[in-house]
Design a binder for this molecule. Structure first.
Ligand SMILES: [Zn+2]
Length: 257
């Protein structure tokens, strides 16, 4: 695959006047940090049957009747998260936020790497795999890297001894209402001047819609992905390549403007 070495001239020109931006990221950005996902090409569970078993393990119904099975998969995802480091795409997105008056990041990734890289206004719509919530008393907590590495079975609440669950959205669960509200107010009601989507095939409507809507409302739209996706034909610029190669160019264009 050819690597894009410079941005289109008309995009560079548009970036020079930007004061607000929304960025949407998905598994492709995590994959560049070596985090494999439980679905999709090149994923950890590429085998379809194994993939289905994993999706089942990460479902609300399995959590209810066999939490240990859910935790076996969650702890594997959590170990990948604590062993990974932010990549050039994560760092570029954090720099973009610092250089603008208004910024929001919507991510599907549950590894927490955006926050680790310094992103602040983050809507992690699927939660964070290290965050926990007690099923009984509701106490929220966060696993430390040492706790993740030592995790052998279902973790229990330090307050009441109840079973902890990952504070992340499992298959078959609703998205958290507070995050949906933020998504609407920050990306739908008055979209930023430019909305960029990177490293996601945008299969979930709530991931594809903000960029499509922004385009309809006259905002600038950019896609960065190695392959074409369902949003490619709806964006002004569809750039083929890795987020870690292209986002630093966008950060550079914004900070040198
Ligand atoms: Zn508890």
């Amino acid at each position: 695959m050819a690597t894009l070495v410079e941005l289109p001239a008309d995009l560079l020109e548009a970036l020079a006047g930007i004061t607000s931006m929304g960025v949407i990221t998905g598994a492709g950005v995590s994959a560049e940090s070596g985090i494999q996902t439980y679905r999709g090409q090149g994923g950890l569970y590429d085998d379809e049957r194994e993939g289905d078993a994993t999706v089942e393990a990460l479902s609300a119904s399995t959590l209810n009747h066999d939490p240990a099975r859910t935790w076996r998969v969650v702890s594997e995802l959590a170990r990948m998260a604590v062993d990974a480091a932010p990549n050039p795409a994560h760092h570029a997105i954090a720099r973009i936020e610092q250089s603008l008056e208004r910024f929001v990041l919507l991510t599907q990734n549950v590894d927490g790497l955006h926050k680790l890289a310094g992103s602040r206004n983050v809507i992690d719509i699927h939660g964070d795999v290290l965050d926990t919530r007690c099923r009984d008393c509701g106490l929220r907590g966060r696993l430390t890297p040492d706790e993740v590495r030592a995790l052998q079975s279902t973790p229990l609440c330090s307050e009441c001894g109840g079973i902890l669950r990952p504070d992340a959205v499992l298959f078959g669960e609703m998205l958290p209402e507070d995050k949906i509200r933020r998504l609407h107010s920050e990306l739908y009601e008055d979209p930023p001047e430019l909305v960029l989507i990177a490293g996601t095939t945008a299969v979930f409507p709530y991931i594809a819609e903000p960029v499509v809507m922004a385009g309809r409302m006259g905002r600038l739209t950019v896609e960065v992905n190695p392959e074409p996706t369902i949003v490619s034909e709806h964006v002004r610029w569809s750039l083929r390549g890795r987020a870690g190669d292209i986002l630093p160019l966008i950060a550079e264009a914004l900070t040198s403007a």
